[in-house]
Write a protein that binds this ligand. Structure first.
Ligand SMILES: Nc1ncnc2c1ncn2[C@@H]1O[C@H](COP(=O)(O)OP(=O)(O)OP(=O)(O)O)[C@@H](O)[C@H]1O
Ligand SMILES: O=c1[nH]cc([C@@H]2O[C@H](CO)[C@@H](O)[C@H]2O)c(=O)[nH]1
Length: 317
């Protein structure tokens, strides 16, 4: 019998986040008073941390600089119980940094990503960990260079591995191959879907159908405060967002991914898993942290009947 999969290997970005929250609506071209904080981020790292907090196994394949931030990040990953065998240290580039400037309502006004170090996340670096892939699910973010994403999608297709992918941003989603066959689950927001499809006006349902037609097996298309669509060969369902009082929207998508994957690992169907994901995302937007330190599966299960939005009937895809 195949061993039960209980672990997700997260491959992609690990960064230091600096968040600046404006006291008043931001005025460009002048000095804006803010409150600020620093934390560890990066999509793959955040997903890994959320997965570990939800009680499943997580390992991270990423790269940091040989600097204070990089060493502090590695120590923190060990503290969180996230596997670090696949982590690399660059002698050439500094640890990645992400600066988020937030409006007073917690919505992102401007994000700045200095992530040159991820150019060193090459296919050769992935191959060092390849022996462990067969016994795990894989999650990759589009911080990876295009060549590495192509190699990973090929590998997942060729070896029938479960690979989930997050788009990260509109510039980075275009790094994916046009043929998405091999991607078991594709998480992206509507802007990223439109950028990938080169269809600036496409509606959410049409975007989900087009992504399935390009070979992805399942889609989670997020729509911010309007919730999300899940789509697979059997149809499309819309799940309303959990109502939330927004403090800081950073990391909502990452916690949604983690909770969805953990629920699917435990045998839940995609729509139920993503509904649990919307509760995790709402808890994350209500927190100043990109990953909520008090997140647990028990907390999500308790809040699911109280807070989750409705599931609209499935339509054929
Ligand atoms: N204001 C909000 N209120 C409630 N839930 C929200 C809100 N914003 C986001 N969410 C939840 O988070 C999910 C992901 O949000 P969004 O579509 O903005 O993705 P994203 O752009 O990838 O997010 P991020 O980059 O902030 O991680 C949504 O599907 C929704 O469930
Ligand atoms: O290009 C990127 N921008 C932002 C992030 C990360 O997104 C996280 C929030 O979802 C945040 O922690 C940031 O580091 C990234 O990994 N790549």
């Amino acid at each position: 019998m195949e061993p039960e999969i209980v672990r997700v290997i997260c491959i992609g970005g690990a960064a230091v986040d600096r968040k600046y929250r404006a006291m008043e609506p931001i005025q460009p071209g002048t000095s804006n008073p803010v409150s600020s904080g620093r934390s560890f981020g990066g999509v793959a790292r955040n997903v890994g941390e959320n997965i570990a907090r939800l009680g499943a196994g997580a390992a991270l394949i990423s790269i940091v600089g040989n600097d204070e931030n990089g060493h502090a990040m590695l120590d923190d990953l060990k503290r969180l119980g996230i596997g670090t065998n696949g982590m690399a240290i660059s002698e050439r580039q500094a640890t990645a940094e992400y600066v988020a400037v937030l409006q007073p309502d917690g919505e992102l006004a401007l994000g700045l990503a200095n992530m040159a170090v991820f150019d060193e996340l090459t296919p050769a670096l992935l191959r060092r960990s390849e022996a462990e892939f067969a016994s795990s699910w894989l999650f990759a973010d589009c911080n990876l260079p295009s060549e590495t994403l192509h190699a990973l999608v090929d590998l997942a297709r060729g070896r029938s591995l479960m690979l989930a992918v997050d788009a990260v941003s509109t510039p980075k989603v275009t790094r994916l191959p046009r043929d998405l066959t091999g991607i078991g689950l594709f998480f992206l927001n509507l802007d990223e879907a439109r950028a990938f499809l080169e269809a600036p006006d496409t509606a959410p349902d049409a975007a989900a159908r087009a992504l399935l037609a390009q070979g992805a097996e399942r889609i989670v298309l997020t729509l911010g405060a309007n919730g999300l669509l899940v789509a697979d060969r059997t149809g499309i369902a819309r799940i309303g967002a959990t109502q939330a009082r927004i403090v800081d929207a950073t990391g909502a998508g990452d916690s949604l991914i983690a909770a969805t994957l953990v629920a699917m690992l435990r045998g839940r169907p995609l729509d139920e898993a993503a509904r649990l994901g919307t509760v995790a995302a709402a808890l994350t937007v209500e927190s100043p942290s990109s990953v909520r330190p008090d997140l647990s599966l028990a907390l999500l299960e308790t809040l699911l009947p109280l807070r989750a939005g409705p599931v609209r009937e499935r339509e054929p895809s």
